[in-house]
Design a protein around this ligand. Structure first.
Ligand code: 1CP
Length: 381
């Protein structure tokens, strides 16, 4: 079964179908016993495999010419709500690049929008709230999420995808700090002044807000896995703005609860933030199986900082992908050499694909990682 006409071998496609079986909720299924575990899932468990898996954060969307005709005129939230369009957009990079994972086409603010908080995604800007979160009264605007009703379109997208994909599907949600940053600042921020101020000055309200956001993340991720997602990534993209003590006090307990309430699902839990070099040990400690590393920290340093407890994902600087292939090739090889054949490595960029990226460069990155990643001894124990 290889309905996309993609290459990964047939056994692997079958395996993913088994891993992703949508017939019953994941929480009611016995753990899958696939004949061949997909490269992504092996690496996530730090098991040796026949190649280094590779996918790209933000691999769908603006850097692909085929995205625009499918996305159409409306906003990104319109495209996300249309299961057929969201399915097609998720599949596009898998077809083009031959990556080892798909990531659901959605956004971290989709569930917040779905509970009616009053948030939108402005083209060219990002998430914006007309009335930002400012007081305890605003907690009422974050009612509990009922995924079957509120995110039925997303569940339909996941269900469509798992029957078509030859590789694992990664579901995702935003972590409380990063979501709270959009809700409190009301838009993308540089200094997080309002968020940090609320956190430090009204700590009780901060924790109440994070409790609600954690509940929403748990319900979102559980619904994606129940519909067949084979892994989940909790994005705490902006947590790197925090002092490690503040991360420990104000953020880690909430991310820890999310990870522990997903543990029974048996899927690998990925966790990622930008500029989190000083937080990597704590991010590994909240219960993640895989920690994403941006380009500012080498994979070998990240492995030391996390004590080998987790698999690592990263970390080519996405800006370098705007340059010549010769440079990109050198840098891809440098990341692989730095990992030195350790089985717990998932190749990715250090953050999302930049919109100006030439897709041909990413296509060559995937081919090179597959070729080199095998040669460099990823099968070594
Ligand atoms: O591969 C994919 O593109 C998957 C879909 C995806 C994902 C995983 C989108 C679609 N958004 C996200 C997650 C997301 N959204 C994150 C976490 C990942 C990361 O750090 O990059 C964050 C922080 C957001 C918030 C967001 N949504 C921003 C960033 C704004 C800021 O603060 O700088 C933006 C620009 C959006 C809009 C958006 N979401 C997705 C796309 C393709 C776009 C671009 C707008 C569009 O095409 O209309």
């Amino acid at each position: 079964m290889d309905p996309c006409g993609l290459n990964p071998n047939v056994a692997e496609s079958d395996t993913v179908a088994m891993v992703n079986s949508p017939s019953k909720p994941r929480s009611e299924q016995a753990p899958a016993q696939p004949a061949t575990t997909p490269a992504l899932l092996r690496a996530a468990r730090q098991q040796p495999g026949d190649r280094v898996p590779v996918w790209f954060m933000r691999q769908a969307g603006r850097s692909l010419p085929e995205y625009f005709p499918v996305r159409g005129e409306g906003t990104i939230l319109d495209a996300i709500q249309d299961a057929d369009r969201a399915t097609e957009i998720t599949l596009q990079p898998v077809r083009r690049y031959g990556v080892d994972a798909a990531i659901l086409f959605s956004d971290i603010v989709t569930p917040i929008w779905a509970v009616g908080f009053g948030i939108d995604i402005t083209p060219g800007v990002g998430p914006e709230c007309e009335k930002p979160f400012a007081s305890a009264d605003d907690l009422e605007r974050l009612r509990p999420l009922d995924p079957d009703k509120d995110l039925s379109f997303q569940i339909e997208t996941v269900t469509n995808l798992v029957s078509e994909l030859p590789v694992p599907l990664i579901g995702f949600a935003g972590a409380p700090f990063t979501l709270a940053a959009y809700l409190i600042e009301g838009k993308p921020s540089r200094d997080y002044g309002k968020v940090k101020s609320l956190m430090a000055n009204d700590t009780e309200l901060w924790h109440k807000l994070c409790d609600r956001l954690a509940d929403i993340a748990i319900a979102t991720l559980r619904s994606q896995v129940d519909a067949g997602a084979a892994a989940v990534q909790l994005f705490d993209s902006w947590a790197g703005a925090l002092h490690p003590d503040h991360y420990r006090r104000y953020v880690a307990p909430h991310s820890e609860r999310i990870m522990s309430e997903l543990a029974d699902l048996g899927v690998p839990r990925f966790h990622f933030g930008v500029s989190t070099g000083e937080l990597l040990d704590q991010m590994a400690g909240v219960g993640a199986d895989v920690v994403g590393v941006d380009w500012r920290t080498s994979i070998s340093d990240a492995r030391m900082r996390t004590g080998g407890k987790v698999a690592l994902q990263g970390n080519l600087d996405p800006a370098l992908c705007l340059g010549s292939w010769e440079t990109v090739e050198r840098e891809v090889r440098a990341v692989l050499a730095n990992n030195n054949g350790h089985p717990g490595h998932i190749f990715n960029l250090g953050h999302g694909v930049l919109p100006q990226t030439n897709p041909e460069i990413l296509e060559r990155v995937v081919a090179l990682v597959h070729e080199e990643g095998t040669a460099s001894g990823s099968t070594a124990a």
